[in-house]
Design a protein around this ligand. Sequence first.
Ligand SMILES: Cc1cc2nc3c(=O)[nH]c(=O)nc-3n(C[C@H](O)[C@H](O)[C@H](O)COP(=O)(O)OP(=O)(O)OC[C@H]3O[C@@H](n4cnc5c(N)ncnc54)[C@H](O)[C@@H]3O)c2cc1C
Ligand code: SF4
Length: 339
Amino acid sequence: MLTLPPFEWSEPTSLDQALGLLSEKPGEALVVAGGTDAVPNLKHRLHEPRRVVHIGRLRELAFIEVRDDGLHLGPLVTLSQLERHPAVRRDAPSLAKAAGLVAGPQLRAMGTVGGNLCLDTRCTYYNQTYAWREARGFCLKKDGVHCHVVPQGRRCVAAHSSDVAPTLISLAAEVEVASRRGRRTVKVEEFFVADGVHNNVLRPDELVVRITVPARSLGLAVGYQKLRPRGAIDFPMLSVAFAARLAGGACETAMLVVSALAAKPKVVGGLEPLVRGKPLDGGAIEAIAQAAYRQCRPQINVPYDDDYRHEMVPVFVRRAIQEALGMAPGPAVRGGGGR
Ligand SMILES: Cc1cc2nc3c(=O)[nH]c(=O)nc-3n(C[C@H](O)[C@H](O)[C@H](O)COP(=O)(O)OP(=O)(O)OC[C@H]3O[C@@H](n4cnc5c(N)ncnc54)[C@H](O)[C@@H]3O)c2cc1C
Ligand code: SF4
């Protein structure tokens, strides 16, 4: 049986109290929201904090508001609430779909959108018990000095595994973070960094307090496709989010995000000349799919074949675009995410 390590437990009842607790021992505290990822990680000794700050009682952080400037989400909104909310389903259906494809129903009832955004990266050599990792010689993400995936590498390439984040990036969403030092707003696209040890820009005393999808991104043509071994519960081994603004049959803007390959979601570049002012027809879809194939290179960081994941990139890009266009995506490939 895996047990929890010893830690001091704090359960603040206001945001101010929570930020105070984080500022007292920055770097020594772990934030826990739904706990669906943080608690197993504690049991695996992947986190060994002196203090755990459970923010689940901060009801002021559990809101979904539709305002003139966009959709505002509190970080404590659960994935089930996000999946089912009528305005989210209507105006940002890829976001609702991605939330509904996370894990299984029990985990979606507990797991929050803030926790999903800040989800720790995953790797075959990291998401293991202490004894397993010790026998393998640990790795530079935790307790060791070498990477087993890229042995000469100096940076961890563990997989970014959040389902919701790629859709938020495709919708140009922003995240507001707060600490006792003040507040700042970061584009979700710039929230992540390419180092899997700590793959976001959050400082130890900061909390995510709001996620905003701007009004201009509501009602776009969107799609989200996820490849996972078992459709009922697994993390993505590849995920694709697509969003486009269409007018009169032509494409004005398009954003494609491919993730679960490395520490940071990949925004596929160079789409504008392929799509601007043109219809998203078979030729354009193929050009986008091939651009994604060329730009994405899966690492051997999760227990699934990297060449297979690479070959699936254009397949899932085509499906995500077809979904955005209201065309039925192709047949499912091993839990291929069409729902
Ligand atoms: C069997 C299993 C399958 C899973 N499958 C998937 C999957 O398919 N897709 C997927 O995306 N996830 C999956 N997960 C992971 C997890 O359930 C979800 O990502 C969930 O949304 C995490 O939310 P949480 O509130 O439980 O986060 P927690 O576990 O509480 O926290 C996760 C991380 O976020 C940080 N955090 C939480 N809230 C905040 C905040 N407001 N500000 C700053 N930091 C914060 C925590 O410190 C921690 O580092 C799975 C988990 C399990 C156990
Ligand atoms: S990518 Fe390398 S450093 Fe990162 S968790 Fe995996 S083995 Fe460790």
